[in-house]
Ligand binder design. Structure first.
Ligand code: BMA
Length: 317
């Protein structure tokens, strides 16, 4: 039995695996959970992130408005399924990730600069006032994902260097900081290996601490004659040296198969940015952007994912 290390989340959203369903990740039957109708003037609301907050949940949401500019807003929910979004823009940019470290909430996102995208970092205690830190990378980078605790006294950030356009390549790297200001000790983590992810990969939700290491969901991109297809995969990273990949599944865990994933502003996109993990039951709820248009929800358990990774492990021992 695999084990999630961390706080229990008693009110984690949940549906049991459908009877007879054979795959390790299953979708919420009422998907998508957030659409453009959640906020006036939104063209699309997708790639977003949530955390437990007070007796409910808080989140940061990517809202592309009707000028098609990229904005991040906050939102709150009692059940992590029905969300009230605040129209106030906290930052410009996209693909936010969110995690709690020592009682504070850290946002990392794709920050827009005149010279390309970089990874913005900001911290809040109440989701009202944010303190923006130095950008964590030079341009151009995307998919900056913080670990939910310091490791050996250092913050850890997964990151995907890229170009100014739609980037036809991309590996995952890690970098470290003692103070969230100066970054260094860059290490390679992993590169595309299988066809479903062959073009590029990027870290997804905040890594989940488990007994064996860090469970990392990520997106992988395939280029077909129809363009990019984004799917979700998983790997387990070493607990103390997370640039070491211990195990990695050869196949995706979720790919664009439902209509809301295959049809939208950008068809064929499943883009995970967040996961809630309940240490008591092993339940995991994954939030992903669907077709760059809506936010959807999927479920798994730590046992399902860890078994799947072990059964299909591509890491030579
Ligand atoms: C990536 C990012 C994501 C988006 C994806 C598919 O480069 O821009 O926000 O979901 O492309 O369009």
């Amino acid at each position: 039995m695999a084990k999630i290390i961390g706080e229990p989340i008693k009110n984690i959203p949940w549906q049991d695996k459908p009877e007879g369903y054979q795959y390790p990740v299953w979708r919420y039957t009422q998907n998508p959970i957030i659409t453009r109708d959640n906020l006036f003037f939104a063209n699309s609301i997708f790639n977003s992130a949530v955390v437990p907050y007070k007796d409910g949940f808080a989140g940061v949401f990517r809202v592309d408005d009707r000028t098609r500019y990229h904005n991040i807003v906050t939102g709150f929910s009692k059940d992590a399924i029905h969300w009230e979004l605040d129209e106030k823009v906290i930052f410009n940019g996209y693909d936010p990730r969110l995690c709690e470290i020592d009682g504070k909430y850290y946002l990392s996102w794709v920050n827009l600069t005149p010279n390309g995208t970089t990874i913005g970092i900001a911290v809040t205690e109440d989701f009202k006032t944010w303190e923006q830190k130095e950008d964590a990378t030079y341009p151009v980078a995307r998919n900056g994902v913080l670990f939910p605790k310091k490791i050996n006294g250092e913050y850890m950030l997964l990151v995907r260097p890229c170009d100014r356009g739609h980037t036809p390549y991309g590996d995952i790297f890690i970098q470290r900081s003692k103070d969230l200001e100066f970054w260094g000790k860059y290490r390679f983590v992993m590169k595309p290996e299988k066809f479903w992810e062959m073009t590029k990969i990027g870290a997804g939700p905040t890594p989940i601490e488990i007994d064996e290491g860090w469970l990392m969901f990520y997106h992988g991109v395939l280029t077909s004659c129809n363009g990019f297809t984004y799917s979700m995969g998983a790997a387990i990273l070493d607990k103390n040296e997370p640039w070491k990949v211990l195990h990695r599944a050869d196949s995706f865990l979720l790919a664009p198969h439902e209509l809301y994933e295959t049809v939208g502003d950008v068809p064929n996109v499943v883009f995970p940015c967040s996961a809630l993990a309940d240490s008591e039951t092993g339940k995991i709820a994954i939030y992903y952007g669907a077709a760059d248009t809506t936010v959807a929800l999927a479920f798994t358990t730590v046992d399902e994912v860890v078994n799947y990774i072990h059964e299909r492990d591509i890491i030579d021992k």
